[in-house]
Ligand binder design. Structure first.
Ligand code: DLL
Length: 433
């Protein structure tokens, strides 16, 4: 039986969703115009005023915001509510350049936590569940967002945060956790560790996992589901818009429903900024309809994916986004060919490897090189050189047919690649160092 946190809105007829968006966009644009001089200036430069925005059909008239704008406006330039009304900040990890700091009023936090509650109930969660949250807590939004959602559903919440893997497993087993929330790479590691400790899928009390914050393949989903004996649901979000829960998967596991009563999604051509028709692949752009403290309009996420409004078997009517392939800035250009790390992961898992790999890109004698190091699983481990060479050759062929270019593959011993407790760092691009 499908469960909903807010059925009336999650399953509302399309006309009703459109009417909500039309009403909210008009007042949100006025809110931003009146309170965010940085964006007002952008609107003025484009020759657009709040009077030009009469419904969501006029969205295309508004200027885009990018991560560069967020950096330029740091720390207070995009804030839309008086500081005294703000109750929290969260922040991105800031690996490239300045951190993004997002502000929240109490209402903004309530909306965000409701979105996370929708995700937990879509994964089958109820007040009888024990929900272990192994996303990091702190500035990262994963822990705090799902913690709030879990409380709203009424689950018994275990706020383990990330790390200390053996203690995580102790709590899962002793407190009979039924829902696990963490990054997919950490879920894979927890699964690996539990297997080593002798726990099979039937011994593990978990029934569902809510995994996101990084790109992961369908193959990795199947792997994690089999090891932990669960159904694994994807969840998407970004700090700039609130955090996890902007979109979440339902029982159909065919894309994530975007919470359209709070966010409008568009797909644009990343080069021209042109809005693309439904079903096209492009860059995802979001407008937040309710957020008051950090009200971003037409924010370019750099995530590449597709949207679909095809009817979903779960009964929800909100548009679905497919799994993002990764950020446009994660895309590698190797000898002129576009390569996403997720494509490499698909080949590795289809050949029976686990998602423990590292991609090293370099440039030697003016030619790009692609090196893929992948761990052998304990079952396939061998030190017979010719066996290893055969296996490497198989992967080189598999990668060639997926990517169209030749990679060097090195099989390495089990456990020689560092495990991640949060977002995994898969790529080392030495061309950028
Ligand atoms: O990762 C928020 C989050 C926490 C989402 C927990 C889901 C679960 P940021 O650190 O700001 O926020 O990173 C946002 O991560 O633009 C995507 O590139 C990527 N991302 C997030 N979820 C997914 C997903 C959080 N399900 C950036 N699949 C986004 C692929 C994802 N990429």
């Amino acid at each position: 039986m499908e469960r909903y946190y807010q059925e009336e809105i999650e399953c509302a007829p399309r006309e009703k969703i459109k009417a909500i968006q039309d009403e909210k966009i008009v007042s949100q644009v006025r809110h931003v115009w009146n309170n965010v001089p940085y964006y007002r200036k952008k609107m003025e430069e484009k020759g657009v005023s709040p009077d030009d925005i009469k419904s969501s059909d006029d969205l295309y008239k508004l200027p885009f915001l990018s991560k560069a704008d967020l950096r330029e406006a740091y720390p207070y330039g995009l804030i839309g509510a008086p500081l005294k009304d703000c109750v929290r900040i969260q922040s991105t990890s800031g690996t490239t350049g300045k951190r993004v700091v997002a502000f929240y009023t109490q209402e903004d936090i309530d909306m965000w936590e409701e979105c996370c509650a929708r995700a937990i109930m879509a994964a089958g969660g109820t007040d009888e569940d024990v929900c272990q949250i192994s996303y990091g807590y702190g500035l990262f939004t994963g822990g705090p967002g799902l913690n709030g959602g879990s409380h709203k559903v009424g689950c018994l919440t275990i706020p383990t945060s990330s790390g200390n893997t053996d203690r995580q497993i102790m709590f899962i087993m002793d407190l009979k956790a039924t829902i696990l929330c963490c990054t997919p790479s950490y879920a894979a590691y927890l699964g690996e560790r539990m297997k080593e400790m002798g726990y099979g899928p039937d011994d593990i009390p978990l029934k569902a996992g809510i995994f996101g914050a990084e790109a992961w393949s369908e193959e990795m989903r199947r792997d994690i589901e089999a090891t932990l004996g669960i159904k694994a649901y994807d969840i998407y979000g970004l700090t700039e818009l609130s955090g996890p829960g902007v979109a979440f998967e339902c029982s159909a596991q065919k894309g994530m429903h975007i919470n359209e009563d709070h966010f409008i999604a568009e797909i644009i051509d990343p080069d021209t900024g042109e809005v693309l028709p439904e079903g096209s692949e492009g860059e995802l752009v979001f407008t937040s309809l309710d957020k008051k403290a950090f009200p971003l309009l037409r924010y370019r996420t750099r995530d590449i994916c597709r949207l679909t409004r095809e009817k979903c078997s779960c009964g929800r009517t909100h548009v679905r986004m497919e799994k993002p392939k990764g950020r446009s800035d994660d895309m590698l250009i190797i000898r002129g060919v576009n390569v996403f790390p997720s494509q490499i992961e698909t080949v590795l898992i289809n050949h029976g490897y686990a998602a423990n790999y590292q991609i090293i890109v370099d440039r030697k004698n003016n030619t790009d090189t692609l090196d893929v190091q992948v761990e052998m699983t304990p079952e396939m481990f061998t030190d017979n050189v010719s066996d290893i060479e055969d296996k490497q050759r198989e992967l080189v062929d598999g990668l060639k047919s997926m990517l169209g270019i030749k990679a060097k593959v090195s099989l390495v011993a089990p456990k020689s690649i560092a495990r991640s407790e949060g977002k995994a760092v898969r790529v080392i691009d030495k061309r950028k160092i």
